[in-house]
Ligand binder design. Structure first.
Ligand code: SF4
Length: 212
């Protein structure tokens, strides 16, 4: 069994309930929430979208909002001006170019304002069950520390992970790594001594050895 497969199995046992932290009901809402989640916590996004999606549940209702009104409604989330501008422009592209539907290809999603590969991957895998491997800051950090990815960018790490695991494991592995990154392998002070991966983790082995 490969190291990556072992990591998958151990994390699966640690986090049997790992799943997307964003609250949404449709691919459209998922797209909006994922754009809002850049440099913001899922919790802060959910706090804002709970009321927002009650009042504006779909594209048609969102289209009634001016850019300033979108800003006002999302201002509790980081970099809200930029996000409001992207969302305002994106809504019109969805309406005019995609008949009001969220597109289902990486290329089309990435052509939308404010949508990079990570956001597009989340929408594909989470919203449409189309295999993709989103790499956010947690996935990037944790895979590099363990030593199952070497790439210098999130795109390269995504490519590596897709090569190392069968397609049906991509979605869950993405959530497992995020959950682990939040709970144990945190950015500033990873809890290596209590981590189930410490015997196989490059970074963890060094940390535990230095303490002996
Ligand atoms: S051993 Fe430490 S660095 Fe490695 S995955 Fe666990 S917490 Fe992260």
């Amino acid at each position: 069994m490969t190291k990556t497969e072992k990591v998958y199995n151990l994390l699966k046992a640690d986090y049997p309930d790992a799943k997307c932290g964003l609250d949404y009901r449709t691919p459209f809402q998922l797209l909006i929430s994922t754009i809002l989640s850049a440099q913001a916590t899922d919790k802060s996004v959910n706090n804002v979208t709970k009321e927002l999606y009650q009042q504006y549940p779909d594209l048609e209702s969102f289209l009634t909002l001016s850019q300033g009104e979108i800003e006002e409604k999302i201002k509790k989330i980081g970099i809200y001006r930029n996000k409001a501008k992207n969302i305002y422009n994106m809504l019109r592209i969805l309406k005019e170019k995609y008949n009001g539907e969220v597109p289902k290809s990486m290329e089309e999603l990435m052509s939308l304002p404010g949508v990079g590969r990570k956001t597009a991957s989340v929408v594909l895998v989470e919203g449409f069950n189309i295999p993709a491997f989103p790499v956010d800051t947690h996935v990037f950090r944790v895979t590099k520390r363990i030593g199952i990815a070497k790439g210098s960018t999130t795109d390269k790490v995504s490519d590596e992970m897709m090569k190392k695991l069968p397609k049906y494991k991509w979605h869950l592995m993405h959530h497992l790594l995020i959950t682990h990154g939040r709970a144990i392998c945190t950015a500033r002070s990873p809890k290596c001594e209590e981590c189930s991966l410490k015997a196989m983790c490059n970074y963890g082995k060094k940390m535990v050895k230095n303490k002996l």
